[in-house]
Write a protein that binds this ligand. Structure first.
Ligand code: WTA
Length: 646
């Protein structure tokens, strides 16, 4: 099959921050002389005390050290706010579009500055100090950004928990970082439905007596119970404190935030990011990868609960002084033209979303798109999972009018910011490829025996050296950090993904190699879902695998065995779905639950997911090497049951 290649548009080549020539030169410099390269890049920020050391990083088996700009001092809220408010306070920082069409808010740099300062003062009054953790459980409203910036203004560390997570998931994440303060809202609004945030928060806090204060944003204004002595309305707490608050200088290596993500064991990992390196990488990569120029309007559709929003909705854009569109709702409500209406209304120039959304909107046809003028768009972005060429071409043609480059950005919660992507003025795009490394990034493909693959080939995607935005540890579990990322291939950071490199040096991500599935761009550990299923009293054992899903990329397929005497039924299936939604959240809803009288295991009792993955994908013949299966009849039985399904 011949490969379609989309060249850099001539207009961009001339005007872009980075073109083909400068990319090659700068990339070389970033590898040969990272000190000079990053020292210059770091000037994108204002430093309260300039750093003298740039990089102190090592991935050796007995010493993993990750430090960037370590003796510099700065404040992230100052960089994202004060320096812009000072020169163009009356311009828009946030253009907020509520779930209900017509409900909008324009928040200027000055307004955001004063709200952040008030909230910072209110937090201080509640006893929050430098280094304390504050949990945030809010919908996509400007107060969630204010809350993040207020924390970092006083040196506190935020932990944003996706508002679609259940109370149990919230409780686990509060308990892990032991925050004494939670910021939430009465309710959220999504697709015309109310999300009971305060109610979930109350349930989460039942077993967490160390949470002393809850600030509650009035979003819908409907009645919610308030616990005397613990709960306060956000607006009232802000009204009684001054609207100025000096930002505190923190060390570049002081923590900025923790964000939880799924791994291959049941417990989510709190990825800890620090201030200086993260903000340099976020700001510099935002500017380069979307070719941001002052005045551009940026719309990233990610929810504030994910890393994509942390880096490319909030920190990267705001550090650059970009005006952002913040959308509370969903792309298909009231109808499938909602995003395109927003693009037209705000004359959006940069649009960043996930392949799963592109696929679901593609299904709605072109009509909802054609109703709107999308001529303001200049650059499109994709993130979270591989984008299939069909969706890529639709995105390019129908949304981008054939003129906008698509920046397919590969990165992770752990990496903090982008590692691979086609810089729009510098690289031709190949649909489905995340192209080439960002500056300073050294990808390697390693074969299973650990030898690097040269030239064309496939292997485990690893990185040979650190980059500034890299997570420094897993909160409270350094051992797990070292084991997860640095033990499989000593001397390298291992991503958990597989990839292929083509003859042009372009990278193609082939998917996760571990027990993590990527459902609509959201990471879920199979073990988390299995644990939720197994918590049902009727369940003996469950195995969960991903399977190809037309819209979500990967769906969740659960194989469940019941305890002796328990009957298989539709009601029980519904119960199991309910329990998963309650323990994790709706994003973890299994797409298929199949009963199995037993699960295939090897002789030492380990479940053979490899075989279940093949069966879930509809491949009933080829189970690969089955010599390790303790009882082949088990596999045959599962296949027979699935084939009997209508
Ligand atoms: C996958 C999201 C292919 C990958 C920023 C990675 C991608 C995981 C891409 C991280 C991409 C992310 N192409 N796969 N452009 N971007 N992934 O932590 O499997 O939510 O390891 O970070 O998503 O997901 P996370």
């Amino acid at each position: 099959m011949t490969q379609t290649v989309f060249p850099v548009p001539a207009s961009l080549e001339a005007s872009a921050h980075v073109n083909a020539e400068t990319y090659e030169a700068l990339y070389r410099q970033s590898i040969d002389d990272p000190e000079t390269f990053w020292r210059e890049q770091a000037q994108i920020l204002d430093w309260a005390r300039p750093f003298t050391q740039v990089k102190n990083t090592r991935y050796s088996p007995d010493d993993v050290t990750i430090e960037w700009f370590a003796d510099g001092r700065l404040n992230a809220s100052y960089n994202c706010l004060d320096r812009h408010a000072a020169v163009r306070g009356n311009e828009a920082a946030i253009l907020w579009e509520g779930d209900t069409p017509g409900e909008t808010k324009r928040i200027t740099w000055s307004e955001l500055h004063s709200e952040v300062s008030r909230l910072a003062n209110a937090l201080k009054k509640l006893g929050v100090k430098k280094g304390d953790f504050v949990s945030i459980y809010l919908p996509v409203i400007h107060q969630s950004i204010a809350a993040m910036l207020a924390c970092v203004r006083i040196g506190a560390v935020h932990s944003v928990v996706f508002s679609g997570f259940s109370s149990e998931a919230l409780a686990g994440r509060i308990e892990d970082c032991r925050s004494r303060v939670l910021i939430t809202a009465d309710e959220g609004m999504r697709g015309g439905r109310y999300v009971p945030l305060k109610k979930n928060a109350d349930a989460a806090l039942e077993g967490l007596p160390f949470v002393e204060h809850v600030l509650v944003v009035r979003r819908t204004g409907r009645d919610v119970p308030m616990k005397t002595g613990r709960d306060r309305w956000y607006d009232e707490a802000l009204a009684e404190v001054p609207d100025t608050c000096e930002p505190v200088d923190v060390s570049a290596e002081d923590p900025l935030f923790v964000l939880y993500t799924s791994g291959s064991t049941g417990k989510p990992k709190g990825m800890l990011h620090t201030t200086g390196g993260y903000l340099v990488h976020a700001a510099a990569s935002f500017k380069a990868m979307f070719d941001y120029h002052p005045g551009d309007i940026h719309f990233c559709t990610a929810d504030v609960g994910w890393v994509t929003a942390h880096t490319y909705l909030i920190y990267g854009p705001l550090a650059n002084g970009a005006t952002i569109v913040l959308f509370e709702g969903v792309p298909t409500w009231p109808d499938a033209s909602r995003w395109w209406q927003i693009v037209e209304t705000y004359k959006v120039n940069i649009f960043y979303t996930a392949p799963t959304a592109v696929r679901s909107l593609m299904r709605e046809g072109e009509e909802p798109v054609r109703k709107h003028d999308l001529s303001s768009l200049k650059v499109l972005g994709s993130v979270g999972e591989p984008i299939n060429p069909e969706a890529w071409l639709w995105y390019h043609e129908v949304i981008g009018g054939g003129r906008c480059p698509i920046v397919d950005t590969y990165w992770q919660t752990e990496t903090g910011a982008v590692l691979l992507c086609p810089l729009p003025g510098a690289m031709a795009q190949k649909p489905g490829s995340a192209a080439r490394p960002f500056f300073g990034v050294r990808p390697e493909l390693l074969s299973s025996d650990g030898t690097p693959v040269e030239g064309e080939g496939s292997g485990s995607l690893c990185f040979a050296d650190s980059w500034p935005g890299q997570a420094r540890t897993i909160l409270g579990d350094r051992e797990r950090f070292l084991k997860t990322y640095f033990s499989a291939y000593p001397g390298f950071y291992f991503t958990g993904d597989g990839a292929r490199r083509d003859a042009d040096g372009y990278y193609w991500i082939t998917g996760r190699l571990d027990d993590v599935i990527n459902v609509s761009g959201h990471r879920l550990g199979t073990v988390e879902v299995e644990a939720a299923l197994a918590s049902h009293p009727a369940v003996a054992e469950a195995a969960v695998v991903g399977f190809p899903h037309e819209i979500k990329g990967q769906g969740i397929f659960a194989f469940v065995t019941l305890k002796e005497g328990m009957a298989e039924s539709h009601d029980l299936q519904s119960d199991l779905v309910r329990i998963v939604r309650a323990r994790i959240g709706p994003i973890a809803t299994p797409d298929r639950i199949e009963w199995a009288s037993q699960l295939p295991k090897n002789r030492s009792g380990k479940i053979l997911r490899r075989i279940l993955t093949r069966i879930a994908a509809g491949d009933f013949e080829n189970h690969g090497d089955t010599s390790t299966v303790a009882d082949p009849a088990v596999v045959a039985d599962i296949v027979r049951r699935i084939q009997l399904q209508p």
